[in-house]
Design a protein around this ligand. Structure first.
Ligand code: GTP
Ligand code: MG
Length: 365
C-alpha cells in the first residue's frame, strides 16, 4: 500500500517536470570541431601577477585534563607562494602565460601549535629571449638563458598565531595576525626570438621556401603575399655538429614603418640576430631597389640595424626573366649577391657554406 502511494507520488512529480527526468538521457556528447588544431603564437602578452596570500594566524587556547587554562596554542599561518617566470628552452610562445598568474595561498594556522603549510611557488615557463617590462616600458628582466628566473610577485607572509604573543605581562593573549596579501603588478612579456640569422625580404620573395631548403623547419609556403604571419625558426646542421638557427620573418614592404603591411612589430625578433639574410626576388623588375627599401625600413625601426653583418641572396634564379634581372642587379648595385633557387635547390650548398663563414667571422670578433 505504502509502495503504491510512493510510486504515484513519483509519477506525478515526473509528469510535472518532464524536462528534468529526460535531461540526462537527451544530453548528447558535443561534437568535436572539424577545424585543424593550430597552435597560437604569442610574442606579446600583458599579464597581471599576484603573489599568494599568507595564511591567517590562529587564536586558540589549550585546555587539558587537570589543566584547564594551559595557555595560548594558536599556530602561525604559512607564507603565500611567489610567482616566478622561468626561461625554458622547450617553450616557443607566450601563449601559455595567460592574462592572470596567481600564486597559491598559504594555509592558516590551527590550535595545538599547528603552523599552516607554506604554499609552493608558482613557476611559469617562458621562451628564451623573453623581456619582462613594466607598462611604462621599463626593462625589468631579460630571460635570455635557460634557467634564468624573474621573481614577478612575492607571496604575502603568514600571520602569527596568538601563541606567538605570549609574554610574562600577558599570559592569555587574544592577539593574532591575518596573513599579508601578496604583491600584485601588471607586467608586459615580450618575446625576442634568439636566432643566429634572420631572413629579411619582401612578401613572396621566397624566405619560407629558403628556410625549408636549408633546414628541417616547415613554414607554410604559398603564392600569395603575407603567407608567414609569425616567425619560424629552423636550424642548419653542419657535418662538424655546428648548428646555426635561422628565423623566417613575415614579409616587409615599403612604408612598413608607417604601419603598412604587417608594420614593423615583428622586427624586434631581428634585434638579437647575429647576422641578417636579405632575400631579393629576381622575378621583380627592379630587384636592386628591394635592398635599399629593406635597409631603409630596418633603419626606421632601429638605427644601425641594417649595418649588422649580412648576406644578400637573389632568389628564383630558375625563372626565365631572372638572368636578365640578375645582370641588371649586378650592373646597378655593387652588392655581393648570391643567386639561388630555393624551390629547385640551386646553389643551396654554396649558400649554407657562405652562411657558415659569415657566422664564424662574426663569432671571432
Ligand atoms: N620559381 C621559383 N619560385 C619560388 C622560389 N622560391 C619561392 N618560390 C615561390 O614563391 C612563392 C612565395 O614563396 P614563399 O616562400 O611563401 O615566400 P615568402 O617570402 O615566405 O612570403 P611571405 O611569407 O608572404 O613573406 C611560392 O609560390 C614559392 O613556390 C624559387 O626559387 N623559384
Ligand atoms: Mg613566408
Amino acid at each position: 500500500m505504502l509502495l503504491n502511494r510512493q510510486l504515484n507520488f513519483l509519477r506525478n512529480v515526473y509528469n510535472k517536470i518532464p524536462s528534468l527526468c529526460y535531461a540526462t538521457v537527451i544530453k548528447k556528447k558535443k561534437k568535436r570541431s572539424d577545424k585543424p588544431f593550430t597552435k597560437r603564437f604569442v610574442d606579446y602578452q600583458r599579464v597581471t601577477v599576484k603573489g599568494g596570500k599568507g595564511g591567517d594566524g590562529c587564536c586558540s587556547f589549550l585546555s587539558l585534563f587537570a589543566n584547564e587554562y594551559a595557555g595560548p596554542d594558536g599556530g602561525d599561518g604559512g607564507n603565500g607562494g611567489h610567482v616566478i617566470l622561468q626561461a625554458d628552452a622547450t617553450s616557443t610562445s607566450l601563449a601559455g602565460l595567460g592574462t592572470l598568474l596567481k600564486g597559491r595561498d598559504g594555509v592558516r594556522g590551527k590550535g595545538k601549535h599547528c603552523h599552516g603549510k607554506c604554499a609552493e611557488h608558482l613557476y611559469v615557463n617562458v621562451p628564451l629571449g623573453t623581456l619582462i617590462k613594466t607598462e611604462e616600458n621599463e626593462l625589468l628582466a631579460d630571460l635570455a638563458n635557460s634557467g634564468d628566473m624573474y621573481l614577478a610577485a612575492r607571496g604575502g607572509a603568514g600571520g602569527k598565531g596568538n601563541a606567538y604573543f605570549l609574554s610574562n605581562e600577558n599570559r592569555a593573549p587574544r592577539t593574532y595576525e591575518l596573513g599579508a596579501a601578496g604583491e600584485e603588478a601588471t607586467l608586459i612579456a615580450e618575446l625576442n626570438l634568439i636566432a643566429n640569422f634572420g631572413l629579411i625580404g619582401f612578401p613572396n620573395a621566397g624566405k619560407s621556401t629558403l628556410l625549408r631548403a636549408i633546414s628541417r623547419a616547415r613554414p607554410k609556403v604559398a603564392v600569395y603575399p603575407f603567407t608567414t604571419l609569425n616567425p619560424h625558426v629552423g636550424v642548419i646542421k653542419y657535418d662538424d655538429h655546428e648548428q646555426i638557427s635561422v628565423a623566417d620573418l613575415p614579409g616587409l614592404i615599403k612604408g612598413a614603418h608607417l604601419n603598412y603591411g604587417l608594420g614593423l612589430s615583428f622586427l624586434r625578433h631581428v634585434e638579437r640576430c647575429l647576422c641578417l639574410i636579405f632575400v631579393l626576388d629576381l622575378s621583380h623588375p627592379q630587384p636592386w631597389k628591394q635592398f635599399d627599401d629593406l635597409s631603409y625600413e630596418l633603419e626606421q625601426y632601429k638605427p644601425g640595424l641594417s649595418e649588422i653583418p649580412h648576406a644578400i641572396i637573389a632568389n628564383k634564379v630558375d625563372l626565365p626573366l631572372a638572368q636578365k634581372n640578375l645582370e641588371l642587379l649586378r650592373k646597378y648595385s655593387n652588392l655581393p649577391v648570391l643567386p639561388v633557387s630555393a624551390k629547385y635547390l640551386t646553389n643551396i650548398d654554396t649558400l649554407t657554406e657562405k652562411l657558415r663563414n659569415l657566422f664564424d667571422d662574426v663569432k671571432k670578433k
